[in-house]
Write a protein that binds this ligand. Structure first.
Ligand code: FES
Length: 606
């Protein structure tokens, strides 16, 4: 169909019912994001994944790109299937976005283990009553505030945050000269009505999800917690894509930072509204993220993280005024960025170590947080050794042919019972794809029942194997949306699990240990909380230990971030832990490569 130039060009997105005029040169994925229409984009639009598949159902269908010609069968191309990041339209079109590409995660693991810590915040409030100004006492407002503070406390040379100073005259006069000064060391960061509740915000800044916790800094109670998707997902689901985008385009780096700040501001405002608070009551903020998220959030250059030897700008703690980054809080509130350990072992891992009390741990423990980049620590004889290994998005359902986020309809567990395949989906909905825990289960179940050989090759004779474009695939579900698991998917899982297990083996080897000497394996993080440990051991991702030696603890990084917010002592402990952790370099390490070659297949390591 040709385009009528007298009519405005429009793309209509189904089933959202949203339409937008495309801009010249813009990909359909970019148009959709501009229209706030959700299309998954695991690789950030680089054309190397399968998450942005769409279907042209009316109007102009653009010609397929060369990479889409390789990607889709001739029949699918003919029927109008394309990838949104690989096509642009110049005429009006109607586009259907399949459920898999629209799915939003339902697994926002926010909370970790329960904890209690003696509140010992870094900020304090001091109630003061000021003398009113008069002709006999015409001192400046700030000087009178200092005089009142010095009557309450040991005389100090106080300074005041400029923004707090701007608000000072109004607050003093509106409150009849009786106020509370919020101080951080010897700086006055806010002046408020007396008895204003002091609130802190802890942020677990993940690549996929962001956990937010509002806490009362005096009582230590959690006022509210919630999880949101990291809106930077449009730039790719893994840190490599994000670093690549931010390093090569300064505007993208700014946009990515703004996206996160806006999302946090919006959600925090909602949390405050629900608890009769205002964001200006937030007087302290702690942010724990992996090194890439940390750098993008703090507006640091990420170029060093994209190239060997993967050098961060800073590993130690970093304090930034909230307003400098656009976070809506009390005038002089600061953000404490939890220190990173190394290039790809970030502040989220440091927070996780606090969340599992690594500083008091006497046992020999492996603690890992599985993600697109898996961070692992070995705690042994009081020492902490850490490393990170690239594990890609396969274990989160990304870059898998029918992979999707953990949303309704995602296959989350699979068992083979005799001849039958037993599938469980999230929300017991019709299967439309596979999420991370399903990916692990499928691999383990087919390996155990003879569908995969130890080298990971799909058995063509296996009862659940079918041929698709002459290639053997496992058929998991036939229906409106077929769900298959391909040879390439198996390879992606092998690469991911081989890398993680090689990381564990490298840490053990470095300490002269065998996995049987481990007292505990702690699996942290949202993904780790939902996986079957049995399946993870079956495919060799985790060492084959008795199940009671494993502990799935949920969001330990979020727990750690809250503890660091509430306790000055634990804030110092986190800084010390990060500084004294030994970092093993995985990239280019021949020992890692040797372990990887050994762990990539599906047999036990003895
Ligand atoms: S191929 Fe389009 S986002 Fe990955």
């Amino acid at each position: 169909m040709t385009h009528d130039s007298t009519q405005p060009t429009r793309i209509e997105f189904d089933p959202d019912g949203v339409a937008i005029e495309p801009r010249p040169g813009e990909t359909l994925l970019e148009s959709a994001h501009r229209a706030k229409v959700r299309i998954a984009s695991a690789c950030g639009g680089r054309g190397i994944c399968k998450s942005c598949i769409i279907h042209f159902t009316g109007g102009e269908t653009p010609p397929p790109s060369p990479s889409d010609r390789d990607f889709f069968s001739a029949v699918k191309l003919e029927r109008g299937w394309r990838r949104a990041c690989q096509c642009s339209v110049s005429g009006s079109s109607r586009v259907h976005i399949p459920a898999r590409a629209r799915a939003e995660s339902t697994r926002m693991q926010v909370d970790g283990s329960d904890f209690w810590v003696q509140p010992e915040p870094i900020v304090a409030s001091i109630e003061v009553k000021l003398t009113k100004p008069s002709l006999n006492y015409p001192e400046a407002d700030f000087e009178r505030l200092v005089e009142a503070l010095n009557q309450e406390r040991e005389p100090t040379t106080w300074s005041i945050d400029p923004e707090a100073a701007r608000n000072l005259p109004e607050v003093l006069r509106q409150n009849n000269w009786a106020v509370q000064a919020v101080v951080r060391n010897d700086e006055i960061i806010a002046v408020q009505p007396v008895k204003t509740r002091l609130v802190g915000l802890a942020v677990d800044l993940g690549t996929t999800n962001i956990g937010l916790f509002l806490a009362d800094l005096h009582s230590g109670t959690t006022i509210a917690s919630t999880g949101i998707e990291n809106p930077q997902g449009i730039y790719g689901s893994d840190v490599v894509s994000r670093v690549g985008a931010a390093a090569t385009d300064a505007d993208k780096a700014i946009q990515m930072q703004r996206l996160v700040i806006d999302a946090i501001n919006q959600r925090v405002q909602g949390m405050c509204d629900a608890h009769n608070l205002t964001p200006w009551q937030i007087v302290d903020v702690v942010v724990a993220g992996n090194t890439a998220m940390h750098h993008i959030f703090a507006r640091l250059q990420v170029r060093g993280l994209g190239l060997a030897p993967f050098t961060p700008v800073i590993t130690g703690p970093l304090q930034i005024k909230t307003r400098e980054l656009g976070l809506a809080c009390a005038p002089g509130a600061q953000i404490h960025m939890v220190p990173n350990i190394a290039g790809f072992v970030g502040g989220d891992h440091t927070a996780m170590l606090i969340g599992i009390s690594a500083h008091t741990e006497k046992r020999t423990v492996i603690a890992l947080d599985i993600g697109t980049n898996t961070e692992i620590s070995l705690l042994h004889n009081g020492a902490i050794t850490s490393l990170s290994c690239p594990s890609g998005p396969a274990l989160e359902g990304g870059h898998i042919s029918c992979g999707m986020r953990a949303a309704a309809g995602a296959i989350e567990s699979v068992k083979i019972n005799g001849e039958d395949l037993e599938i469980k989906t999230i929300g017991d909905a019709e299967p439309i794809g596979l999420c991370g825990s399903g990916v692990l289960d499928v691999t383990a179940a087919f390996f155990l029942s003879g569908g995969l050989n130890p080298r990971g090759q799909i058995n063509r004779e296996y009862r659940h194997t079918v041929l698709q474009d002459d290639e053997p695939v496992f058929m998991l579900h036939q229906g409106e949306t077929n769900v298959v698991f391909t040879q390439r998917d198996v390879r992606s899982v092998q690469l991911a699990k081989g890398s993680i297990r090689a990381g564990i083996e490298l840490l053990l080897e470095h300490a002269g240990l065998h996995y049987e000497q481990l007292d505990k394996v702690v699996v942290a993080g949202a993904f780790g909380n939902y996986i079957s440990i049995e399946s993870a051991c079956t495919i060799g991702l985790l060492p084959p230990l008795p199940l009671d030696r494993f502990e799935q603890i949920g969001n330990a990084a979020g727990t750690g971030a809250k503890l660091i917010l509430l306790s000055k002592t634990l804030r110092d402990t986190a800084t010390n832990l990060a500084a004294r952790s030994t970092h093993l370099v995985q990239a280019g390490n021949p020992r890692f490569n040797k372990h990887f070659m050994h762990t990539i297949n599906f047999h036990d390591i003895n």
